[in-house]
Design a protein around this ligand. Structure first.
Ligand code: HEC
Length: 156
């Protein structure tokens, strides 16, 4: 006879009872904390405006704007080269391919690792806080510039 799901449950329950223990049922899940209401168009616009504000700051940083670097307390380059000189329109930055094995660092690296690598190596600048405002703005600009690129994580 093929064992059905209910016969297995009955067998399990029987074994538990025979052993003097009770089946302990898992606790019901706590209420989900995710949003249930769809966002309003005003909220969506606010999110987009915030994102584009960061893209704008990243654009300035990527093009070596000294005032923005000073305001955020970062030194992205000491060679006079800005990111955009080697990566015009954020070309060859491949945000959609991270994380991936990065030979230069001999490690499985994130986009932020690679941004800091470029700041320290070709630019001879000072590595920035991976969670700081300059990093988030650079990431926003790089991602926005590469929008519509196919997502190929892990690919070189
Ligand atoms: C002098 C030229 C030069 C400058 C300036 C430069 N980079 Fe790069 N960048 C490179 C080279 C070379 C690579 C390595 C490409 C490779 O691994 O094939 C690279 C790789 C990268 C990558 C990873 C691409 C990948 O898929 O591996 C990112 C992201 C990046 N640079 C961001 C930046 C940022 C942000 C700046 C400015 C802070 C910057 N780069 C400045 C030359 C430069």
């Amino acid at each position: 006879m093929r064992a059905t799901r209910s016969s297995w449950v009955a067998l399990l329950a029987g074994l538990c009872l025979a052993g003097g223990t009770w089946l302990v049922l898992p606790e019901p899940p706590r209420p989900a904390l995710a949003h249930k209401e769809p966002h309003t168009s005003e909220q969506l616009k606010l999110f987009q405006d915030l994102f584009m504000e960061q893209v704008g700051i990243g654009d300035l940083l990527f093009h070596g704007d000294a005032e923005t670097e000073r305001r955020l307390g970062v030194t992205l380059s000491k060679t006079g080269w800005a990111c955009a000189m080697c990566h015009p329109y954020a070309s060859d930055t491949h945000p959609a391919q991270f994380p991936k094995w990065q030979e230069q660092m001999s490690k499985f690296a994130t986009l932020r690792d690679m941004i800091n690598w470029c700041i320290e190596k070709p630019n001879e600048g000072e590595a920035i806080d991976p969670d700081g405002p300059a990093m988030k703005a650079l990431e926003a600009y790089i991602t926005w510039s590469n929008r519509n690129s196919p997502l190929q994580p892990g690919v070189h």
